[in-house]
Design a protein around this ligand. Sequence first.
Ligand code: ADP
Length: 205
Amino acid sequence: MVHQRIWRLGLTGGIGSGKSTVAGFWAQRGATVIDADAISRQLTGPSGRALEAIAQTFGPHMIGPDGAMDRQAMRTRVFQDPFAKRQLEGIIHPLVSLITAEQTHAAIEQGQHCLVFDVPLLVESGERWRRQVDRVVVVDCDQDTQRQRVMKRSGLSEPEVDRIIAQQAQRLERLACADIVIVNQGLDFDELSTQVAQLAADFGL
Ligand code: ADP
């Protein structure tokens, strides 16, 4: 039997680009999708693996009555203190890497050869995610399309959406990091799905 190459793809895109939709299409083609944000939320959710270190570093009051990190208290803390932000990242990032590695290992054990890491802030993370993936796949559309989609989905106002977009990497910066671009504009879900299927074929799916 020919040994199949294992691919690790980093999937990213600005808010409203359609990254989650595209991740779903990769899963439909048979890839294992590993959701970095979901891992991060679980780490700080009830009984999460980061809670002990968070309580030790920031104090037990950072854990709410539901047994999860008090997100509002932590937001206030890191907003006031940039060092606290780095301390929190110092707890969360290695655990995300550990759990990602565990999930990757489990998928490979089951015969998977194509892993898609869904990472909204891949470009913003600098080298951290880029060194863990073989290819960076960017889902791209223009800012007006992003804005319209997010407003429709969330009910946020235009300035609120623009603020989020401005906090993320800008379109050209993201495209500069891309090995592969999935264009998600001026096409319907079927056409988008076909685009993913064609690409997935290049990665053995
Ligand atoms: P992201 O994960 O990048 O924020 P989503 O995949 O959640 O984006 O897509 C944002 C919204 O836009 C969703 O409501 C989704 O259904 C819609 N959407 C994505 N791609 C298209 C498309 N090609 N045509 C129409 N709506 C789309």
